[in-house]
Ligand binder design. Structure first.
Ligand SMILES: Cc1ncc(COP(=O)(O)O)c(C=O)c1O
Length: 398
Protein backbone atom coordinates (compact mmCIF):
# COMPACT_ATOMS: atom_id res chain seq x y z
CA UNK A 1 0.00 0.00 0.00
CA UNK A 2 1.43 3.37 -0.90
CA UNK A 3 0.95 6.41 1.36
CA UNK A 4 -1.13 9.23 -0.16
CA UNK A 5 0.48 12.64 -0.24
CA UNK A 6 -1.01 14.88 2.44
CA UNK A 7 -0.88 18.68 2.50
CA UNK A 8 2.20 19.95 4.31
CA UNK A 9 1.42 20.14 7.99
CA UNK A 10 2.45 23.24 9.86
CA UNK A 11 3.97 22.18 13.18
CA UNK A 12 3.92 24.92 15.80
CA UNK A 13 6.82 24.32 18.14
CA UNK A 14 7.01 25.60 21.71
CA UNK A 15 9.08 28.72 22.39
CA UNK A 16 11.48 26.65 24.45
CA UNK A 17 12.58 24.64 21.42
CA UNK A 18 14.33 27.77 20.16
CA UNK A 19 16.90 27.40 22.94
CA UNK A 20 17.33 23.66 22.46
CA UNK A 21 20.52 22.93 20.54
CA UNK A 22 22.47 19.80 19.75
CA UNK A 23 25.22 19.17 22.30
CA UNK A 24 28.49 20.45 20.81
CA UNK A 25 30.26 17.56 22.50
CA UNK A 26 27.97 14.90 21.03
CA UNK A 27 28.39 16.41 17.54
CA UNK A 28 32.16 16.43 18.00
CA UNK A 29 32.04 12.82 19.20
CA UNK A 30 30.47 11.76 15.93
CA UNK A 31 33.34 13.30 13.96
CA UNK A 32 36.04 12.07 16.28
CA UNK A 33 34.86 8.44 16.34
CA UNK A 34 36.64 7.88 13.03
CA UNK A 35 39.21 5.07 13.41
CA UNK A 36 42.03 7.33 12.16
CA UNK A 37 41.39 9.99 14.81
CA UNK A 38 42.90 9.82 18.32
CA UNK A 39 40.09 11.34 20.30
CA UNK A 40 40.56 13.15 23.59
CA UNK A 41 37.07 14.60 23.05
CA UNK A 42 34.82 11.98 24.64
CA UNK A 43 33.55 12.17 28.18
CA UNK A 44 33.23 8.39 28.38
CA UNK A 45 34.64 6.25 31.21
CA UNK A 46 37.14 3.57 30.18
CA UNK A 47 35.30 0.33 29.26
CA UNK A 48 38.22 -1.52 30.90
CA UNK A 49 36.65 -0.56 34.22
CA UNK A 50 33.23 -2.13 33.57
CA UNK A 51 32.70 -5.09 35.93
CA UNK A 52 31.20 -7.37 33.27
CA UNK A 53 31.44 -10.67 35.19
CA UNK A 54 29.81 -9.19 38.29
CA UNK A 55 26.96 -7.84 36.14
CA UNK A 56 26.48 -11.21 34.43
CA UNK A 57 26.22 -12.97 37.81
CA UNK A 58 23.93 -10.28 39.26
CA UNK A 59 21.58 -10.38 36.23
CA UNK A 60 21.15 -14.15 36.56
CA UNK A 61 20.63 -13.94 40.32
CA UNK A 62 18.14 -11.08 40.15
CA UNK A 63 16.11 -12.81 37.44
CA UNK A 64 16.14 -16.04 39.42
CA UNK A 65 15.37 -14.61 42.88
CA UNK A 66 13.40 -11.42 42.20
CA UNK A 67 11.98 -11.68 38.69
CA UNK A 68 8.68 -9.96 39.48
CA UNK A 69 10.27 -7.02 41.27
CA UNK A 70 12.87 -6.70 38.50
CA UNK A 71 10.39 -6.73 35.63
CA UNK A 72 7.43 -4.94 37.22
CA UNK A 73 6.73 -1.19 37.61
CA UNK A 74 8.12 0.13 40.89
CA UNK A 75 8.09 3.22 43.15
CA UNK A 76 9.00 6.58 41.61
CA UNK A 77 11.37 7.32 44.50
CA UNK A 78 13.41 4.19 43.72
CA UNK A 79 13.97 0.78 45.32
CA UNK A 80 13.99 1.19 49.14
CA UNK A 81 17.13 -0.93 49.63
CA UNK A 82 19.13 1.01 47.00
CA UNK A 83 18.00 4.33 48.52
CA UNK A 84 19.24 3.04 51.89
CA UNK A 85 22.60 1.97 50.41
CA UNK A 86 23.05 5.39 48.77
CA UNK A 87 22.23 7.19 52.04
CA UNK A 88 24.61 4.99 54.05
CA UNK A 89 27.50 5.52 51.62
CA UNK A 90 27.35 9.32 51.85
CA UNK A 91 29.69 10.93 54.38
CA UNK A 92 27.01 12.83 56.33
CA UNK A 93 23.73 11.91 57.99
CA UNK A 94 21.31 11.33 55.09
CA UNK A 95 17.70 10.20 55.53
CA UNK A 96 17.01 7.46 52.90
CA UNK A 97 13.50 8.92 52.53
CA UNK A 98 15.11 11.98 51.00
CA UNK A 99 17.01 9.99 48.34
CA UNK A 100 15.45 9.88 44.87
CA UNK A 101 16.91 7.38 42.39
CA UNK A 102 17.08 8.96 38.92
CA UNK A 103 17.68 7.72 35.38
CA UNK A 104 21.26 8.98 35.38
CA UNK A 105 22.21 12.19 37.10
CA UNK A 106 21.46 13.89 33.77
CA UNK A 107 17.78 13.32 34.58
CA UNK A 108 18.37 14.89 37.98
CA UNK A 109 19.47 18.07 36.19
CA UNK A 110 16.33 18.02 34.06
CA UNK A 111 14.05 17.55 37.10
CA UNK A 112 15.85 20.35 38.95
CA UNK A 113 15.29 22.67 35.98
CA UNK A 114 11.57 21.87 35.93
CA UNK A 115 11.13 22.34 39.66
CA UNK A 116 13.13 25.56 40.13
CA UNK A 117 13.13 27.60 36.92
CA UNK A 118 10.42 29.89 35.54
CA UNK A 119 10.99 31.62 32.18
CA UNK A 120 13.24 34.57 32.92
CA UNK A 121 14.34 33.45 36.38
CA UNK A 122 18.03 33.80 37.10
CA UNK A 123 20.32 30.89 37.92
CA UNK A 124 24.04 30.87 38.65
CA UNK A 125 26.63 28.42 37.33
CA UNK A 126 30.40 28.11 37.55
CA UNK A 127 32.71 29.44 34.83
CA UNK A 128 33.20 27.11 32.99
CA UNK A 129 30.51 24.50 33.73
CA UNK A 130 29.10 21.16 32.56
CA UNK A 131 27.59 21.50 29.10
CA UNK A 132 24.90 18.89 29.82
CA UNK A 133 23.67 21.02 32.72
CA UNK A 134 23.37 24.09 30.49
CA UNK A 135 21.42 21.90 28.04
CA UNK A 136 19.09 20.64 30.78
CA UNK A 137 18.48 24.08 32.28
CA UNK A 138 18.05 26.15 29.11
CA UNK A 139 14.66 24.77 27.88
CA UNK A 140 13.10 26.23 31.04
CA UNK A 141 14.32 29.60 29.72
CA UNK A 142 16.39 30.92 32.63
CA UNK A 143 18.83 33.81 32.52
CA UNK A 144 22.12 32.04 33.26
CA UNK A 145 24.93 34.01 34.93
CA UNK A 146 28.43 32.56 35.22
CA UNK A 147 30.20 33.06 38.56
CA UNK A 148 33.93 33.60 37.97
CA UNK A 149 36.58 31.39 39.54
CA UNK A 150 39.76 32.26 41.40
CA UNK A 151 42.05 29.40 40.43
CA UNK A 152 39.96 26.30 41.18
CA UNK A 153 37.80 28.07 43.79
CA UNK A 154 34.52 29.95 43.42
CA UNK A 155 34.91 33.74 43.72
CA UNK A 156 32.64 34.25 46.74
CA UNK A 157 32.57 38.05 46.46
CA UNK A 158 31.48 37.78 42.82
CA UNK A 159 28.82 35.27 43.88
CA UNK A 160 27.48 37.73 46.46
CA UNK A 161 27.34 40.46 43.84
CA UNK A 162 25.44 38.18 41.44
CA UNK A 163 22.91 36.90 44.01
CA UNK A 164 20.28 39.57 43.20
CA UNK A 165 17.19 40.42 45.22
CA UNK A 166 13.39 40.15 44.97
CA UNK A 167 12.14 38.88 41.60
CA UNK A 168 15.70 39.08 40.33
CA UNK A 169 17.12 36.78 43.03
CA UNK A 170 18.96 33.74 41.65
CA UNK A 171 17.06 30.49 42.19
CA UNK A 172 20.20 28.43 42.78
CA UNK A 173 23.94 28.11 42.22
CA UNK A 174 25.00 24.94 40.36
CA UNK A 175 28.48 23.69 41.38
CA UNK A 176 30.82 20.77 40.67
CA UNK A 177 33.33 20.79 43.54
CA UNK A 178 35.24 17.61 42.56
CA UNK A 179 37.33 17.21 39.38
CA UNK A 180 35.00 19.43 37.50
CA UNK A 181 33.75 18.75 33.99
CA UNK A 182 35.34 20.36 31.95
CA UNK A 183 38.25 21.83 33.94
CA UNK A 184 39.24 18.93 36.24
CA UNK A 185 39.46 21.52 39.06
CA UNK A 186 38.73 20.82 42.72
CA UNK A 187 37.37 23.38 45.19
CA UNK A 188 39.45 23.73 48.37
CA UNK A 189 38.13 22.84 51.81
CA UNK A 190 38.13 26.50 52.87
CA UNK A 191 36.26 27.56 49.74
CA UNK A 192 33.55 24.92 50.36
CA UNK A 193 33.04 26.21 53.90
CA UNK A 194 33.01 29.82 52.71
CA UNK A 195 30.50 28.89 50.00
CA UNK A 196 28.29 27.03 52.49
CA UNK A 197 28.34 30.08 54.84
CA UNK A 198 27.72 32.57 52.03
CA UNK A 199 24.81 30.59 50.62
CA UNK A 200 23.19 30.35 54.03
CA UNK A 201 23.65 34.07 54.63
CA UNK A 202 22.36 34.87 51.13
CA UNK A 203 19.59 32.23 51.28
CA UNK A 204 20.86 30.92 47.98
CA UNK A 205 20.26 27.16 47.39
CA UNK A 206 23.16 25.12 46.05
CA UNK A 207 22.88 22.30 43.53
CA UNK A 208 25.96 20.14 44.16
CA UNK A 209 26.78 17.71 41.33
CA UNK A 210 29.35 15.07 42.25
CA UNK A 211 29.79 12.30 39.67
CA UNK A 212 33.61 12.27 39.89
CA UNK A 213 34.30 12.58 43.65
CA UNK A 214 35.30 8.92 44.09
CA UNK A 215 37.84 9.07 41.27
CA UNK A 216 40.62 10.80 43.26
CA UNK A 217 44.30 9.98 42.66
CA UNK A 218 46.46 11.01 45.60
CA UNK A 219 44.05 11.94 48.34
CA UNK A 220 40.28 12.13 48.71
CA UNK A 221 38.67 15.52 48.10
CA UNK A 222 37.37 17.59 51.03
CA UNK A 223 33.87 16.81 52.34
CA UNK A 224 30.92 17.81 50.13
CA UNK A 225 29.30 21.21 50.58
CA UNK A 226 26.06 19.37 51.37
CA UNK A 227 27.67 17.95 54.53
CA UNK A 228 28.20 21.52 55.78
CA UNK A 229 24.76 23.08 55.17
CA UNK A 230 21.50 21.81 56.60
CA UNK A 231 18.68 21.84 54.07
CA UNK A 232 20.45 24.37 51.84
CA UNK A 233 21.46 22.05 49.04
CA UNK A 234 20.28 19.50 46.53
CA UNK A 235 23.05 16.90 46.10
CA UNK A 236 23.46 14.69 43.02
CA UNK A 237 25.50 11.54 42.50
CA UNK A 238 25.86 8.85 39.85
CA UNK A 239 26.86 5.23 39.31
CA UNK A 240 28.04 6.07 35.77
CA UNK A 241 31.69 6.69 36.57
CA UNK A 242 32.17 4.00 39.24
CA UNK A 243 30.20 1.17 37.57
CA UNK A 244 28.91 1.85 34.04
CA UNK A 245 27.05 4.75 32.37
CA UNK A 246 24.83 2.43 30.31
CA UNK A 247 22.92 1.57 33.48
CA UNK A 248 21.59 5.13 33.61
CA UNK A 249 21.53 5.24 37.40
CA UNK A 250 21.96 8.37 39.45
CA UNK A 251 20.43 9.93 42.55
CA UNK A 252 19.34 13.13 44.23
CA UNK A 253 19.40 13.93 47.94
CA UNK A 254 16.95 16.78 48.54
CA UNK A 255 15.48 18.57 51.57
CA UNK A 256 11.85 18.10 52.68
CA UNK A 257 10.78 21.39 51.12
CA UNK A 258 11.55 20.26 47.56
CA UNK A 259 11.68 16.45 47.60
CA UNK A 260 7.95 15.84 46.82
CA UNK A 261 8.08 18.18 43.81
CA UNK A 262 11.14 16.43 42.42
CA UNK A 263 9.31 13.10 42.79
CA UNK A 264 6.28 14.51 40.95
CA UNK A 265 8.51 15.77 38.14
CA UNK A 266 10.11 12.32 38.01
CA UNK A 267 6.69 10.64 37.78
CA UNK A 268 5.81 12.82 34.81
CA UNK A 269 9.14 12.15 33.13
CA UNK A 270 9.38 8.35 33.29
CA UNK A 271 7.35 6.97 36.26
CA UNK A 272 10.50 5.46 37.77
CA UNK A 273 14.07 4.43 37.05
CA UNK A 274 14.25 0.90 35.55
CA UNK A 275 13.61 -1.61 38.36
CA UNK A 276 15.91 -4.20 36.76
CA UNK A 277 18.92 -1.87 36.69
CA UNK A 278 18.37 -0.81 40.29
CA UNK A 279 18.21 -4.39 41.55
CA UNK A 280 21.31 -5.38 39.59
CA UNK A 281 23.33 -2.52 41.01
CA UNK A 282 22.05 -3.36 44.49
CA UNK A 283 23.16 -6.97 43.98
CA UNK A 284 26.60 -5.91 42.70
CA UNK A 285 27.39 -3.37 45.43
CA UNK A 286 25.70 -4.86 48.49
CA UNK A 287 28.79 -6.60 49.90
CA UNK A 288 31.18 -3.66 49.60
CA UNK A 289 32.14 -4.30 45.95
CA UNK A 290 32.79 -0.61 45.23
CA UNK A 291 35.50 -0.47 47.92
CA UNK A 292 37.37 -3.20 46.03
CA UNK A 293 36.55 -1.96 42.52
CA UNK A 294 37.07 1.82 42.61
CA UNK A 295 40.78 1.76 43.65
CA UNK A 296 41.50 0.02 40.32
CA UNK A 297 39.76 2.82 38.40
CA UNK A 298 41.75 5.43 40.35
CA UNK A 299 45.06 3.68 39.57
CA UNK A 300 44.25 3.33 35.86
CA UNK A 301 43.11 6.93 35.44
CA UNK A 302 46.09 8.26 37.42
CA UNK A 303 48.52 6.39 35.13
CA UNK A 304 46.64 7.77 32.11
CA UNK A 305 46.77 11.32 33.51
CA UNK A 306 50.51 10.95 34.09
CA UNK A 307 51.05 9.75 30.51
CA UNK A 308 49.19 12.82 29.23
CA UNK A 309 51.09 15.22 31.50
CA UNK A 310 54.40 13.77 30.37
CA UNK A 311 53.43 14.05 26.70
CA UNK A 312 52.24 17.64 27.20
CA UNK A 313 55.53 18.59 28.88
CA UNK A 314 57.47 16.98 26.05
CA UNK A 315 55.54 18.33 23.06
CA UNK A 316 53.55 21.49 23.78
CA UNK A 317 54.94 24.78 22.51
CA UNK A 318 55.82 27.64 24.84
CA UNK A 319 52.79 29.53 26.13
CA UNK A 320 50.37 26.58 26.30
CA UNK A 321 49.33 25.99 29.94
CA UNK A 322 47.41 23.20 31.69
CA UNK A 323 46.41 22.01 35.15
CA UNK A 324 47.28 18.80 37.05
CA UNK A 325 43.92 17.37 38.13
CA UNK A 326 43.97 15.23 41.27
CA UNK A 327 41.13 13.05 39.98
CA UNK A 328 38.36 12.62 37.44
CA UNK A 329 38.77 12.32 33.69
CA UNK A 330 39.69 15.72 32.26
CA UNK A 331 42.59 18.09 31.76
CA UNK A 332 42.08 21.75 30.83
CA UNK A 333 44.44 23.51 28.42
CA UNK A 334 44.83 27.18 27.59
CA UNK A 335 46.42 28.38 24.36
CA UNK A 336 48.63 31.42 23.95
CA UNK A 337 47.06 34.78 23.00
CA UNK A 338 45.47 34.80 19.54
CA UNK A 339 44.53 31.09 19.28
CA UNK A 340 40.83 30.21 19.20
CA UNK A 341 40.49 26.46 19.82
CA UNK A 342 37.22 26.23 17.82
CA UNK A 343 39.12 27.45 14.75
CA UNK A 344 41.74 24.78 15.40
CA UNK A 345 39.29 21.87 15.54
CA UNK A 346 38.91 20.97 11.83
CA UNK A 347 42.67 21.04 11.21
CA UNK A 348 43.23 18.91 14.29
CA UNK A 349 40.74 16.27 13.07
CA UNK A 350 42.28 16.36 9.59
CA UNK A 351 45.61 15.64 11.32
CA UNK A 352 44.16 12.74 13.30
CA UNK A 353 43.45 14.19 16.75
CA UNK A 354 40.31 15.57 18.46
CA UNK A 355 39.50 17.63 21.58
CA UNK A 356 36.55 19.69 22.78
CA UNK A 357 36.90 23.47 22.29
CA UNK A 358 36.35 25.14 25.67
CA UNK A 359 33.71 27.62 24.41
CA UNK A 360 31.01 24.92 24.71
CA UNK A 361 31.27 25.04 28.50
CA UNK A 362 30.52 28.71 29.14
CA UNK A 363 27.11 30.23 29.89
CA UNK A 364 28.36 33.45 28.27
CA UNK A 365 31.62 35.20 27.32
CA UNK A 366 33.62 32.03 26.55
CA UNK A 367 37.37 31.88 26.95
CA UNK A 368 38.06 30.81 23.36
CA UNK A 369 41.68 29.88 24.17
CA UNK A 370 40.64 26.85 26.27
CA UNK A 371 40.15 23.15 25.42
CA UNK A 372 39.12 19.99 27.28
CA UNK A 373 41.11 16.78 26.94
CA UNK A 374 39.92 13.45 28.34
CA UNK A 375 42.81 11.24 29.44
CA UNK A 376 40.91 8.04 30.29
CA UNK A 377 39.95 6.17 27.12
CA UNK A 378 43.00 6.46 24.83
CA UNK A 379 45.80 3.97 25.73
CA UNK A 380 48.99 5.57 27.08
CA UNK A 381 51.12 4.98 23.96
CA UNK A 382 48.39 6.52 21.77
CA UNK A 383 48.13 9.47 24.19
CA UNK A 384 51.74 10.32 23.38
CA UNK A 385 51.12 10.16 19.60
CA UNK A 386 47.91 12.20 19.90
CA UNK A 387 49.48 14.93 22.02
CA UNK A 388 52.40 15.21 19.57
CA UNK A 389 49.90 15.69 16.72
CA UNK A 390 47.94 18.27 18.71
CA UNK A 391 51.11 20.16 19.58
CA UNK A 392 52.05 20.28 15.88
CA UNK A 393 48.62 21.71 14.98
CA UNK A 394 48.96 24.39 17.68
CA UNK A 395 52.47 25.27 16.54
CA UNK A 396 51.19 25.70 12.97
CA UNK A 397 48.50 28.09 14.19
CA UNK A 398 50.95 30.33 16.07
C1 LIG B 1 29.17 16.94 35.77
C2 LIG B 1 28.27 15.90 35.24
N1 LIG B 1 27.03 15.79 35.74
C3 LIG B 1 26.18 14.87 35.29
C4 LIG B 1 26.56 14.00 34.30
C5 LIG B 1 25.54 12.99 33.80
O1 LIG B 1 25.93 11.71 34.17
P1 LIG B 1 24.95 10.48 34.22
O2 LIG B 1 23.63 10.91 33.68
O3 LIG B 1 25.58 9.43 33.41
O4 LIG B 1 24.85 10.11 35.68
C6 LIG B 1 27.83 14.07 33.73
C7 LIG B 1 28.24 13.16 32.63
O5 LIG B 1 29.30 13.19 32.10
C8 LIG B 1 28.72 15.05 34.23
O6 LIG B 1 29.96 15.19 33.75
Amino acid sequence: MSATASPALHWTLAERTKVMAPSAVREILKISQRADVISFAGGLPSPKTFPVEEFARACAKVLHDQSTAALQYSASEGMPSLRRMVAEALPWDVNPDRVLITTGSQQALDLIAKVFIDPGSRILVETPTYLGALQAFSPMQPVVDGVPAIGEDVDIEALKALRGTGRDAARYFYVLPNFQNPSGGMMSDANRSALADACQALELPIIEDNPYGELWFDQPPPAPISSRVTDGTVYMGSFSKVLAPGLRLGYIVAPDAVFPKLVQAKQAADLHTPSFNQLIVEEVIKDGFLDRHVPGIRALYKAQRDAMLEALREHMPEGVTWNTPNGGMFLWLRMPEGIDTSALFDTAVANGVAFVPGSAFYASRPDVRTMRLSFVTVPAERIRVGIAKLAAVIRQAQ
